[in-house]
Design a protein around this ligand. Structure first.
Ligand code: GLC
Length: 729
């Protein structure tokens, strides 16, 4: 993080005059609780809004009221360094107290969960990473930064970089899926999008890499559960995106709730300091996850809150989110000698540097504008991102796209729930901005009708279903999960279709009319049966405010689907965890009984990472591989054999055939998305640095081992060309 000499001097001056209370105040992100009778942490407030126990307006009122009654005095005394706020008036009010009424006038850093868009909500990360479009990933982050900074939010608790191989874990929705290379590219694009446009202080925010580290490997896919893994797995898979994002200049990191091999990340010095700072070169600040310092007592790693606070600070955790343990115990710990003033100073300085880098000392306030309708340019990007993120999984006999005059019967409760398009962790959007699938499809197909047949939260209405079937040329079923079924604290042991939705698939199988399923979900689902019961399937995830238009334009062919899966789909829940880049084992699944497989279900996924169809078909011609001193260059022509403009994602997977550790059967090492006009051909080149053909061993060494490698060039299903090459490093 580069600061000017003047800025560095300003920080030194402040450090020299700050009292101990003021220093500890900077380490304190005040918790948010509800005044008036009950005390609810922020994330539960989110949940209450998500599942409808409180409305959005009530949520905003609570946020404003809470903070007014709960922290103004502390801010005035310089005892608060950060808050979570999500409206400009509150942000300005609190900031004025910090800047104009406290002794030193140090501005607050205002953070918020802006995970996939602020008011303009984009697809959930699990979907958007599937666009395999680095530039798009960066542009949506850039827009989210600008939109939220204008509201006085300086810090996003994003991007979420938890590689996840287990769909039972509901937070798989928040990150870029199961592959460390794709997640690393996602990480880089997001950090650059959030932070790099510093042409004005209103154009950028601080990114926050979370949850550092290994949270996605929670045992059993159960949220907050214990995590155990080898050093080589930690480094090759779970740390990789964080290393990439630190190299991209990320300003902050959030420590994860979970333990890593018995040491909670919150107090894990080897992770927070040795790896993150000394090895990766991270120079920003680390914040705990909500309430996580207090939870070190429950973990059984700290005897009491003071012990938890001292261990956290000494491990390299700079800011306390929501417990005020730093505020209430660090002076006592300092006196007891369990923390040093140098450690406190170091944490304070890291936080002041990020505040300075954000321009908060010069620009602490924002303009409070009345009219806050979404800009057309925002909507346009939301639509573009949504169209680029949905995956065509099945299209029997090219049923799709459908002619605009098709009589469509649209069924499925989720189709008529506008706010459900926003997905998990969308907390700042307005329902009025959301386009439901009913909105989108009835606009795109004048002869389409929506039939309230129930099946998700209410029993199926057989009469309405029959009416739908009688009317239809084609039935479109929207099925999947409510937003409240994915995201934090939503682990499900059985990831099949909730409610009676499976019965709707079964009814479609019996109906001898063409049928399409549009999946609306935040995780892969175990739909082995359902997949055979309909003719076409679009995996639409939660695509954000423009979801209705994106799905409708895909059904009509105005949009040619181009995304790929970022996670493998299990056939049944019992296959979890399931992922493509697995080791081979000594007995890879085969005909013999005595090989690694199940007796009752195939060992193969229902759909694999990297898979996705298009309305176009493409040929890969002139595929060539060339080795230079430092790189592997793969060049090819992609020809569009159809009469429809389309895009293809060329992927290169590498297999290291023999290593000093068992290696994955294959690993994604390069990808490029290419647009090819109808009947046209585009040439492209993909580059793999030989340095990336190595791996970390369990001693923490990076190994580049001579040997035979296979390079597979593919589009995720029919186009696959392989090269075998002996590489000498
Ligand atoms: C939550 C989440 C984290 C979020 C934080 C603040 O518990 O784990 O992702 O950023 O608290 O809301």
């Amino acid at each position: 993080m580069q600061l000017s000499l003047e800025q560095e001097a300003k920080i030194k001056e402040l450090m020299a005059v700050m009292t101990l209370d003021e220093k500890i105040g900077q380490l304190n992100q005040a918790s948010v609780s509800i005044v008036g009778g009950f005390d609810v942490p922020f994330e539960e407030l989110i949940e209450m809004m998500t599942d409808g126990r409180i409305s959005q307006d009530e949520f905003h009122k609570i946020m404003a009221t809470t903070i007014k009654d709960y922290h103004e005095e502390e801010i005035k005394q310089g005892l608060v360094g950060s808050m979570m706020v999500q409206n400009p008036a509150t942000s300005n009010r609190l900031q004025r107290i910090a800047v104009e009424e406290s002794r030193l006038g140090i501005p607050l850093i205002i953070g918020l969960d802006v995970i996939h868009g602020y008011k303009t909500v984009f697809p959930i990360a699990l979907a958007e990473a599937g666009s395999f479009d680095r530039d798009l990933l960066k542009r949506t982050a850039q827009m989210a930064a600008k939109e939220s900074r204008a509201d006085g939010i300086h810090w996003h608790f994003a991007p979420m970089l938890d590689v996840s191989r287990d769909a039972r874990w509901g937070r798989v929705s928040e990150g870029g899926g199961e592959d460390p290379y794709l997640m690393s590219q996602f990480a880089k694009a997001k950090v650059e999008g959030l932070q790099n446009d510093q042409s004005s202080h209103l154009n950028y925010v601080a990114a926050c890499l979370k949850h550092y580290v290994g949270y996605g490997a929670a045992e059993g896919g159960r949220d907050y559960n214990t995590v155990t893994m080898s050093e080589s797995l930690l480094r090759n898979v779970y740390l990789a995106p964080f290393r990439a994002a630190v190299e991209a200049g990320a300003a902050t990191v959030m420590a994860a709730f979970n333990d890593m091999n018995g040491v909670p990340c919150t107090v894990n010095r080897e992770l927070l300091t040795d790896k993150l700072r000394y090895e990766f070169g991270f120079d920003g600040f680390v914040v705990s996850d909500a309430n996580a310092i207090r939870e070190c007592v429950a973990h059984g790693i700290a005897a009491d809150e003071a012990d938890a606070g001292a261990q956290s600070l000494n491990a390299g955790l700079d800011m306390d989110m929501g417990t005020e343990i730093y505020l209430n115990t660090l002076k006592e710990s300092l006196a007891a000698g369990t923390v040093s003033i140098d450690t406190i100073d170091q944490a304070v300085e890291r936080i002041l540097r990020v505040k300075m880098w954000l321009g908060l000392f010069d620009h602490p306030y924002v303009e409070e504008v009345e009219n806050d309708d979404l800009l057309e340019v925002n909507r346009a990007l939301a639509l573009d991102s949504a169209k680029s993120s949905l995956v065509l999984l099945k299209n029997k006999d090219d049923l799709l796209p459908l002619a605009k005059e098709t009589k469509i019967s649209l069924i499925g409760d989720l189709a008529n729930m506008p706010s459900e398009v926003a997905g998990a962790w969308a907390i700042s959007f307005r329902e009025k901005d959301c386009v439901s699938l009913v909105d989108g499809i009835t606009k795109e197909f004048p002869n389409s009708r929506y039939f309230e047949v129930g099946g998700l939260e209410t029993p199926i209405n057989e009469a309405a279903l029959q009416e739908a079937f009688d009317y239809a040329d084609v039935v479109v079923l929207v099925a999947g999960e409510l937003v409240s079924m994915s995201g934090e604290a939503t682990s499900r042991a059985t990831i099949s279709m909730p409610g009676q939705q499976s019965q709707l698939f079964a009814a479609l199988e019996k109906l001898n009319k063409p049928s399409v399923a549009v999946l609306m979900n935040g995780r892969p689902m175990a739909i082995e049966k359902e997949v055979d019961q309909v003719d076409a399937i679009i995996e639409a995830w939660h695509l954000g405010i423009e979801m209705g238009h994106a799905v409708a334009q895909t059904l009509s062919g105005q949009n040619n689907p181009s995304a790929k899966l970022t996670v493998s789909f299990p056939r049944v829940s019992g296959q979890c965890p399931i992922y493509y880049n697995h080791p081979n084992t000594g007995r890879p699944a085969g005909r013999s009984k005595f090989t690694s497989k199940y007796m009752d279900v195939s060992h193969e996924p229902l759909f694999s990472f990297g898979y996705g169809l298009s309305y176009s078909s493409f040929a890969f011609d002139n595929v060539n591989l060339e080795e230079t001193e430092d790189q592997i260059l793969i060049s090819l022509d992609v020809e569009n054999l159809s009469q429809r403009d389309g895009q293809e994602v060329v992927q290169v997977y590498v297999t290291d055939k023999v290593g000093s550790l068992v290696r994955p059967v294959k690993e994604l090492k390069a990808f490029e998305k290419v647009s090819v006009p109808a009947g046209g051909k585009e040439s492209l080149q993909l580059v793999i640095s030989k340095q990336d053909l190595g791996f970390w061993n369990n001693q923490g060494d990076y190994c580049l081992e001579d040997g035979d490698f296979v390079f597979e060039v593919t589009n995720g299903h029919y186009n696959t060309i392989k090269f075998e090459k002996t590489i000498q490093f």
